[in-house]
Design a protein around this ligand. Sequence first.
Ligand SMILES: [Zn+2]
Length: 125
Amino acid sequence: MLQGRDVANRTSTKSTYLFWTDEELEVIRSHPDFTAQELCELLPDRTVESIRRKRSRIGRFSYPDDSVCVLCRERPIWTESNKARHMMLCKGCFLKEMEKRNKEARHYNALRQSEFKLRRKGLKR
Ligand SMILES: [Zn+2]
């Protein structure tokens, strides 16, 4: 169904913009783990770029409440957290993921520091 704003857009532009159907939007929403390239194969009328743009737009607003976590595919996405919602993870997977990232960041920092020390040692000699 067209909304008022869409109708106005249609009459005010001469572009050949195809309005997204509910079916097409549903395809995007129901495959949060697909790449835009993969979605493109399901949506022959759309380009990869337009799918990417559309997805970032609808993703920013609201995902349906029944969306499940892309990792465990069991629990619902933790929508209270902006970050978790953006990553499409449930609370448990989000916390695990952040823990993993923090750990990796610490390792990386340690590595950088030891390299820095080695370099300084090398310069002194
Ligand atoms: Zn999960």
